[in-house]
Design a protein around this ligand. Structure first.
Ligand SMILES: Nc1ncnc2c1ncn2[C@@H]1O[C@H](COP(=O)(O)OP(=O)(O)OP(=O)(O)O)[C@@H](O)[C@H]1O
Length: 220
């Protein structure tokens, strides 16, 4: 996917300013403070918001996991099949990986927040080649967050565009995009994300730690 000179205005306010991005296969991770424009960018890519300028070139099938979702009175299996594009066969792999079998005949509205999220992630992973996920690990416990991250990391043939507030996801990314005030302030290799860059992004001191070769960031 290619984004060229993208501008988005909402109620006459510039929310995204001159966004240029090349999004390739692997994990593309977007981080930025609250209100920086992450969700607006994802919503513009999926066509929910009309840009005021620029161009988005997408050649793959998109799927989307929103950060917040509406209650629907549907069985989980029908939520998965909604859209009517694919049969159940298509979903079996990730139903199994993410242990969703046990919910299939439950009413979606009766699931917990985290369980709902896992169902929607199962759907998105099964459907799209460009998988767009808004804070997929928020609301998930540590075990489920790790399971989702490991599953995503194992998938080599898809393009992921993921927003998060979890700076420790940086190390599993192939490409890191930092956004502030509607502008891209950094794009590149996770290894090049320094304490200084993150401290400036969030306007608090952040320190980098290495434990057994793994990198962690922590606000101090
Ligand atoms: N429909 C709207 N009307 C008015 N302002 C909006 C609307 N949608 C978004 N905004 C504003 O645009 C800015 C970017 O919002 P957005 O939801 O994209 O941020 P975000 O980076 O996803 O934030 P968060 O981390 O809090 O989820 C915010 O200042 C928000 O208040």
């Amino acid at each position: 996917m290619l984004i060229k000179g993208l501008n988005v205005k909402i109620l006459n306010k510039e929310i995204l300013k001159e966004i240029n991005l090349e999004i390739n296969k692997g994990i593309n991770l977007i981080l930025g403070p609250n209100g920086s424009g992450k969700t607006t960018l994802l919503r513009t890519i999926i066509g929910m918001i009309k840009p005021s300028g620029g161009e988005i070139v997408v050649n793959e099938d998109k799927s989307y996991v929103p950060a917040e979702f509406f209650e629907v009175q549907m069985k989980v299996i029908d939520v998965l099949l909604s859209g009517g594009k694919y049969t159940l066969e298509r979903y079996k792999r990730y139903i199994q990986f993410l242990n969703v079998e046990r919910y299939l005949n439950r009413d979606f509205s009766t699931l917990s927040t985290g369980e709902k999220k896992i169902v929607l992630i199962t759907k998105a992973l099964s459907e799209g080649n460009l998988v767009i996920m808004d804070e997929p690990t928020s609301g998930l416990d540590m075990r489920n967050s790790i399971i989702i991250m490991k599953v995503i990391k194992k998938i080599k043939d898809k393009t992921f565009l993921i927003t998060t507030h979890d700076v420790n996801m940086i190390q599993i990314a192939d490409n890191v995009i930092l956004i502030k005030g509607g502008k891209i302030v950094f794009q590149g290799n996770p290894k090049d994300v320094t304490e200084d860059i993150l401290s400036e992004l969030y306007e608090i001191p952040i320190k980098k730690y290495e434990i057994n070769g793994e990198v962690f960031f922590k606000a101090i």
